[in-house]
Design a binder for this molecule. Structure first.
Ligand SMILES: Cc1cc2nc3c(=O)[nH]c(=O)nc-3n(C[C@H](O)[C@H](O)[C@H](O)COP(=O)(O)OP(=O)(O)OC[C@H]3O[C@@H](n4cnc5c(N)ncnc54)[C@H](O)[C@@H]3O)c2cc1C
Length: 424
């Protein structure tokens, strides 16, 4: 049965959902608050199971031309010495590559595809949804347009994909308050630099008080330079473990950052294969974002209204899960509506499929995710090591990585499908 589906938010989650639902024959409209879509943000990662969803939507060729197929995730100490290397993509036993890509460019790709497939008139920019009400078998979404005028739209289903500050989530959970901060600030930048290592590796180096994450997000240019995404994490408060704090200012993905905040900590970090301060100084863009999330909700659905992506489960950007889980939500909601004709039951099935898993990732990331490994090594060998085995048992690391990946739903042939929480 073809439904009229309204999606609040034209981010990666909302647009992936729009494409998946349109493919199933639904009439989909997306209302995006931004009047004009600009390529905002820096790098993100798409894990193979999210890439598989985009592949099914026919986006693989264009994605492959703009993204970097990540070959490995390397954990290193702050001297650039490798602690653990996790092979990613096809060579790691996955059915699809992992892609590192510019967030804004991915969003623009999805927007263009949605404009072609849904019809440009079904992408409504400059509309900020402010609330919604149930009306029999319909939902009425209220909002304001770019001129500030009040607007309203009816649909059979409303999917709120309006990000970490979701208006619809706030309507149903008015006492939730601000996102929870763990005391860590992230400076996110891009620089043009010579490719490092094999030109396809993601590295996380340092420890829980200061960490440098770096990976390329576009193929090398003809002049040999490559767009590199990097993140400097600094712990500003020690009392925020698990997320008990409120961030110093309202979280804004576009807030500019300053290099002066980074050099005292990272100015001396030189890896054998990367000049960290050189990369930081070469920033073409530098943004600041606190490490925030929200507590998992007891429910996402209210009648024919549900949440998706960061609106449903904002999580620390650890383990490449932000965009990945939003895309998995998109596939799951389309599947649920395909398999069950009763709309409210289908939305309940979608939630049963996705909410527990996303809650587990939120909780696991609060335990610092894979960063836990870096911290152990820093504590035991702050000046570096001659032999890693003298510092940590590699089997201990391996076990930790496998546990994290199982929770995050990685589908790797070597891991055994039976161990995974979500077999679909
Ligand atoms: C501008 C921006 C830059 C980002 N940069 C990065 C980055 O560099 N690295 C990273 O890891 N993650 C970044 N993120 C977050 C990342 O995109 C998400 O964690 C992930 O992709 C899940 O996406 P989402 O679609 O659920 O949410 P989002 O990507 O947050 O998208 C939500 C969308 O909804 C729109 N919106 C918000 N409120 C309303 C409303 N009331 N009505 C209608 N539309 C609304 C927003 O404009 C946005 O387009 C960024 C998000 C944004 C919005």
């Amino acid at each position: 049965m073809a439904l009229d589906i309204l999606i609040a938010g034209g981010g990666i989650g909302g647009l992936a959902a729009a494409l998946a639902l349109q493919r199933d024959g639904h009439r989909v409209t997306v209302c995006e608050a931004a009047a004009e879509l600009k390529p905002l943000g820096v790098g993100i990662n798409l894990l193979p199971h999210a890439v598989a969803v985009l592949d099914e939507l026919g986006l693989m060729p264009v994605l492959a031309s703009m993204a970097v197929p990540t070959s490995a995730l390397v954990f290193a100490n702050r001297h650039g010495q490798t602690i653990y290397e996790d092979v990613r993509g096809l060579a790691g036993g996955y059915s699809h590559p992992q892609f590192s890509v510019h967030r804004g460019e991915l969003q623009q790709l999805l927007w263009r595809e949605a404009a072609t497939r849904l019809g440009a008139e079904r992408l409504v920019s400059g509309w900020r949804i402010t609330g919604a009400q149930l009306d029999g078998d319909e939902v009425i979404a209220h909002g304001v347009d770019a001129t500030g005028a009040r607007v309203a739209r009816r649909a059979s289903v409303l999917i709120a994909a309006d990000g970490i500050h979701s208006a619809i989530r706030r309507q149903f959970h008015p006492d939730e308050g601000a996102p929870r901060w763990n005391g860590m600030m992230m400076w996110r930048g891009t620089s043009l630099a010579r490719p490092f290592l094999d030109g396809r590796t993601m590295v996380q180096a340092g420890h829980r008080r200061a960490k440098f994450v770096v990976y390329p997000i576009a193929p090398p240019r003809p002049d040999g330079l490559q767009l590199i995404n990097w993140i400097c994490d600094r712990r500003l408060r020690e009392d925020g473990l698990g997320g008990g704090l409120t961030a110093p200012g309202r979280e804004d993905w576009n807030k500019p950052g300053s290099i002066d905040d980074l050099m005292p900590t990272f100015g001396g970090w030189r890896f054998p294969w990367l000049d960290v301060p050189g990369v930081i100084r070469g920033a073409t863009q530098l943004l600041e974002w606190p490490m925030v999330d929200r507590d998992p909700l007891p429910r996402w659905r209210h009648g024919r209204i549900t949440l998706l992506g960061d609106a449903a489960h904002p999580m620390y950007p650890i383990g490449s899960n932000g965009a990945t889980q939003a895309i998995l939500d998109a596939a799951a909601i389309a599947r649920a509506l395909r398999e069950e004709r009763r709309v409210e039951t289908a939305l309940a099935n979608y939630e049963a499929d996705r909410r527990p898993m996303c809650a587990r990732i939120v909780e696991l990331n609060r335990q610092e995710g894979l960063d836990y490994i870096l911290d152990m090594v820093e504590e035991r060998a702050p000046d570096g090591f001659a032999r890693l085995e003298d510092v940590i048992d590699p089997a201990e690391i391996d076990a930790f990585v496998k546990r994290y990946k199982a929770v995050a739903g990685h589908r790797q042939a070597a891991m055994g499908e039976a161990a995974l929480p979500s077999p679909r």
